[in-house]
Design a protein around this ligand. Sequence first.
Ligand code: HMG
Ligand code: MG
Length: 298
Amino acid sequence: SLPKKVKIVEVGPRDGLQNEKETISAEVKIELVDRLSRAGFSNVEAASFVSPKWVPQMATSTEVMARITRLPGTIYSALTPNMQGFEAALAAKADEVVIFGSASEAFSQKNINCSIAESIARFEPVAKAAKANGLRLRGSISTAFGCPYQGEVPLTAVADVVRRMRDLGCDEIDIADTIGVSTARKTQEVMLAASREFPLQQLSGHFHDTYGQALANIYASLEVGVQIFHSSVSGLGGCPYAKGATGNVATEDVLYLLHGLGIETGIDLDQVVDAGQFISQQLGRKGSSRAGNAIAAK
Ligand code: HMG
Ligand code: MG
């Protein structure tokens, strides 16, 4: 049977916006985060403390974190690839820091400029500092279902990184389909392989929708017991270091599916649709959530 309750981590303000070419003002980002908070998400990925030379759009992260209206109980997460990022996230009062690695060597080099082993060594002090400061620690594993540079990624490579992130003390681990290539059965295989190394209830599915498979992959994950998913309002997004990767699965579409299945999320779909309309207007284009556009047109 499917889970009764699912946690959605809204990653639009980070994964959704990081790839936008035009600079988005801090005001707009803040307004987006605040609208998402009010819609009821218990976890919003709001910032990324990475090199502004690599990802210029995230350079306003300190300002965004300082000026959002934090709702009690809501977790505001930030990406932290190294200690420099951690110090910035700590100063910005992030509730959760995210160390992000990869199951593919080729992608690790392109995205964070080091090997998988080197990345784990960099994450070690971040993990220790997070624990010492009472912050939640999340690990994200890119290209767990396929890599734009190396192609096939073996299950053993995914399991290996899950184990290393578990040993660093992660509270939650994301299994990410960076380029949206997975299909339903494959998704179940990867999730089950990951769950042999780390508790299933703390694993999350992070699906990009490049090949239109994300909702099917979420349903397949629900069938094997996954209870945490990432999504992006209006389907925004893409990773700057994954050629051709499009946005995350749209939050509105995921909520429409989950609520239709009778699964509780605690999130108000109509308010998410409004947030999606808001950010689409700001970006000057139509949103890419099918459910969002249908509901907004009613
Ligand atoms: P590097 O060049 O190897 O690092 O970059 P370095 O330590 O040699 O530092 C070089 C310069 O960067 C120095 O500045 C540092 O100060 C600066 P300079 O002396 O040249 O002026 N620097 C920083 N500045 C701000 N914040 C920091 C920081 N660290 C160093 N934290 C690094 C290594 C990881 C920093 C770099 O490769 C980087 O920033 N990469 C960005 C990767 C990224 O953000 N990718 C997108 C997010 S991941 C994603 O989208 C996937 C995910 O959604 C899951 C999925 O879908 O797969 C999570
Ligand atoms: Mg992503």
